[in-house]
Design a protein around this ligand. Structure first.
Ligand SMILES: NC(=O)c1ccc[n+]([C@@H]2O[C@H](COP(=O)([O-])OP(=O)(O)OC[C@H]3O[C@@H](n4cnc5c(N)ncnc54)[C@H](O)[C@@H]3O)[C@@H](O)[C@H]2O)c1
Length: 376
């Protein structure tokens, strides 16, 4: 198959969908890979490294879309890319269709095959192509929190780990999923006193078993959170209710109970945020202050560490991409249920329920498009 890797052109997107190591795997299996010049530069991969791995470098994005049977990307195509997408072309990337009607409409009109990273799903309902970014964001949340706790940054001026004779900081982690677990591990590793709250007792039991002694687990409810915020120096929000807006676990009135200079990092901001006073910020201007409490609410945290994020993402996407290239999307999706769940729009038909529901569009069973295509 002919694989195309365009440069990401969405604002502030520094990741790339395929590393030179990934190119080697495709080439080894007999595929041709075309990479846009400079596509890997922001992630630390040079054109020369791609060339040495066996890719052909192309000067323009038009050439990459023009030649490829499968486009591998990171973010959804933006408007200037829509006309470049060809009928039958396979696009394997994050789409987040339900949040953009224009994108959904454009992909229907282009009659492409859209396989979305975010809906590839394992039988245990986990989302293997979202996990790596949650891991990155969870770990980064502590790093960012520690930075903004410094006095010159506006924080309380407390060191997470303390020192001999001085108590460490208190870190409160809301949600003990992927983000929360990684945050708790990082904060605990730095020596902070960590409390994780979650509504799932089995999850709390598991965390209690695996976490070090300086991590406590507590059942999540309003009363408890109200108590905990009063002693917290750093609060990290990582709750998720799949398919819904995040619940506002920290209400505006709770800010008054906190110590000035407390830092709150709302990782769940991409789902609306779990603090009532959260609104999305960018890496250019990541924080704002409400009632003396610092809010960090960057919606694409992994974008700040593109080297790590690119490798983490491609480690997860590569096996799926290789299967798609090796078997073609119809066969790969027929045989692999995880990949089949990633199909969102195929030849102008919406085959993912969440997308058809979001915009009241006709829904087509995925088996229908697979069956139809298999007989063509
Ligand atoms: N800002 C970013 O750059 C960025 C990056 C990656 C992920 N995220 C977001 O971070 C959030 C968390 O992702 P995740 O992968 O850790 O999800 P996850 O499903 O692994 O974990 C969510 C946890 O929240 C818990 N929870 C739900 N309601 C709760 C409540 N009322 N109180 C306490 N806990 C509650 C769940 O039981 C679960 O353990 C998501 O919204 C995700 O989109 C943001």
């Amino acid at each position: 198959m002919i694989i195309g890797v365009p440069q990401e052109i969405k604002n502030n997107e520094n990741r790339v969908a395929l590393t030179p190591a990934g190119v080697t795997e495709f080439v080894k299996q007999g595929h041709s890979v075309y990479v846009q010049q400079g596509a890997g530069a922001s992630s630390g991969f040079t054109d020369q490294e791609y060339r040495e791995a066996g890719a052909t470098l192309l000067a323009t994005i038009e050439e990459v879309y023009g030649i490829a049977e499968m486009i591998i990307k990171v973010k959804e195509p933006i408007a200037s890319e829509y006309p470049l997408i060809k009928e039958n072309q396979l696009l394997f990337t994050y789409f987040h269709f339900a949040s953009s009607q224009p994108l959904t409409q454009a992909m229907i009109e282009r009659k492409a095959v859209c396989l979305a990273y975010e809906t590839v799903e394992k039988t245990d309902r986990s989302l293997p192509l979202l996990v790596p970014m949650s891991e990155v964001a969870g770990r980064m949340a502590v790093q960012e929190g520690a930075k903004y706790l410094e006095k010159p940054m506006g924080g309380r001026g407390i060191l997470l780990g303390g020192v001999a004779g001085v108590k460490p900081a208190n870190v409160l982690v809301l949600g003990g999923g992927i983000v929360g677990t990684q945050s708790a591990k990082m904060a605990a590793g730095l020596g902070a006193n960590v409390t994780i709250v979650d509504i799932s007792l089995p999850r709390l039991r598991y965390l209690e078993d695996i976490m070090p002694a300086n991590v406590d687990t507590v059942m999540s409810n309003e009363y408890t959170i109200r108590q905990l915020v009063q002693q917290a120096d750093l609060i990290i929000g990582g709750v998720l209710i799949p398919g819904a807006k995040a619940p506002s676990l920290i209400t505006r009135d709770m800010l008054k109970l906190m110590r000035p200079g407390t830092v709150m990092v709302d990782v769940a901001i991409d789902q609306g945020g779990c603090f009532e006073t959260s609104h999305a910020t960018t890496h250019q201007d990541p924080i704002y202050v409400v009632d003396d409490i610092i809010h960090y609410c960057v919606a694409n945290m992994p974008g700040a560490v593109p080297y790590t994020s690119t490798l983490a993402l491609t480690n997860a996407t590569l096996p799926y991409a290789l299967q798609l290239a090796g078997q073609g999307w119809q066969k790969a999706c027929s045989q692999n249920e995880e990949l089949r769940k990633g199909l969102n729009i195929v030849h102008g038909k919406v085959v993912y329920r969440g997308v058809s529901d979001a915009f009241d569009l006709p829904f087509t069973e995925v088996s229908e498009v697979l069956g139809h295509v298999a007989h063509v």
